[in-house]
Design a protein around this ligand. Structure first.
Ligand SMILES: [Zn+2]
Ligand SMILES: [Zn+2]
Length: 94
């Protein structure tokens, strides 16, 4: 199941837009993950539907640079200030 996820930095106040994370509740073919764009300094939603994480390249919709995926971890690095003090909130299912 997928959850709407928000990332918020406790240091600088950076807040990512709501990101779908996981597999769709209503359509299990749909899959999204949070990605990290170094160029933009932001966390963005990546559409993984029908994609192979090991084969495909994922690019930022804004600046076209390569995205890195966020792993499940205790602390996330803020794309703006690099503090490892990101608050992760998971809300409703999508
Ligand atoms: Zn920050
Ligand atoms: Zn970008």
């Amino acid at each position: 199941m997928g959850e709407y996820t928000t990332f918020e930095c406790r240091q600088c106040g950076y807040k990512a837009e709501r990101i779908r994370w996981g597999v769709g509740v209503y359509d299990p073919r749909q899959r999204f993950m949070p990605g990290y764009c170094v160029e933009c300094g932001s966390i963005v939603e990546v559409d993984m539907t029908g994609a192979d994480i090991h084969v495909d390249e994922f690019r930022c919709a804004t600046c076209d640079s390569e995205l890195f995926f966020l792993e499940k971890a205790n602390s996330y690095t803020c794309p703006r200030c690099k503090a490892q003090d990101m608050l992760l909130r998971q809300g409703e299912y999508w």
